[in-house]
Design a protein around this ligand. Structure first.
Ligand code: ATP
Ligand code: MG
Length: 280
């Protein structure tokens, strides 16, 4: 997550989910963004392939059309990687929640517990759930933050992005304090910053990364995600680096991107295993 648009949330989520599935984990990816770029990347076009009540909204809505999460889970091209697709319908949750808060029907699950409650129905089927959040700090994002056991914050190391990120962190902190007062769990196994679209030859970016490391220390992943045309070009045809034909690029371009991608994901996998008490 990060409310900065274009910081690499979807790219990071997609590759992490595929990486883990390719390494033997059973993975559920959840597209919580009404723009639904993760769904498109995984072969489900939000406006064509995803009908009413077929997003996570179907499993977290307040009315009697709510359905089990199993009914909105779909396959992807990768075995062991399933997705709950998104589309514009997810916006309804932002509109419904204020009304539900006013109504406060007895027995109603409060908004921040709804995503976690839906995921809990499927928790025996998956090892890891990866949630791609929308670029805003709404009820969906807060509910995802409450459901999450760990958080990745993507940062493109440019001054303006970092300014908006610190604003984001302060707002998130305040909001999480509020939901914690209402009984939500807001502790995490790990919270890490992922440097995205990093250009090693760019002086100001290097300074910014050094600055972030000096502030956040070990909370910044050691490996940055390099900026690469192999990743952006693959995205144009709704493919990830793991799917795109390597021959479309010079060998060095593709291999450098893949190495960086694998390093980032291996590092995250390490944190997951450590949280499970299965380090090494
Ligand atoms: N490492 C990278 N190298 C090159 N291009 C990248 C890289 N990571 C992301 N991009 C490109 O940057 C753009 C934004 O990335 P992405 O969609 O992952 O960001 P986002 O944070 O999910 O955006 P939004 O806030 O709109 O959801 C995309 O076109 C993507 O292909
Ligand atoms: Mg996105």
């Amino acid at each position: 997550m990060n409310f900065k648009g274009g910081s690499g949330k979807t790219t990071t989520s997609a590759h992490l989910a595929q990486y883990l599935a390719l390494h033997g984990y059973r993975v559920l990816a959840i597209d919580l963004d009404p723009q639904a770029s993760l769904s498109a990347l995984f072969g489900h076009q939000p406006e064509l392939d995803v009908g009413p009540n077929e997003t996570l909204y179907g499993a977290i809505r307040y009315d009697d059309k709510r359905r089990p999460i199993a009914e909105v889970v779909r396959a992807t091209y990768i075995p062991d990687l399933h997705i709950v697709p998104g589309n514009l319908e997810l916006m309804e949750f932002e509109h419904d929640t204020p009304r539900a808060l006013l109504r406060k029907a007895p027995g109603d699950t409060l908004f921040f517990a709804r995503v976690g409650q839906a995921i809990a129905q499927a928790q025996n089927l998956y090892d890891v759930v990866v949630i791609d959040c929308p670029p805003q700090l709404g009820y969906l994002t807060l509910s995802a933050l409450t459901a999450a056991t760990s958080v990745l914050v993507t940062i493109h190391p440019q001054m303006l992005d970092v300014m908006s990120m610190s604003q984001f962190l302060m707002m998130t902190g305040d909001l999480l304090d509020e939901v914690a007062k209402a009984g939500a769990s807001t502790t995490y196994d790990f919270m890490k910053y992922v440097i995205t679209r990093f250009e090693p030859s760019d002086g100001p970016q290097n300074q910014m990364v050094a600055f972030l490391r000096s502030i956040f220390a070990e909370h910044v992943l050691i490996h940055p995600m390099l900026k690469s045309t192999a990743i952006s070009d693959a995205g144009i045809t709704n493919q990830t680096l793991f799917e795109v034909d390597r021959h479309q690029f010079t060998r060095a371009t593709y291999d450098r991107a893949l190495e960086s991608m694998n390093n980032v994901n291996a590092e995250i996998e390490g944190f997951i295993r450590k949280a499970w008490g299965r380090a090494e």
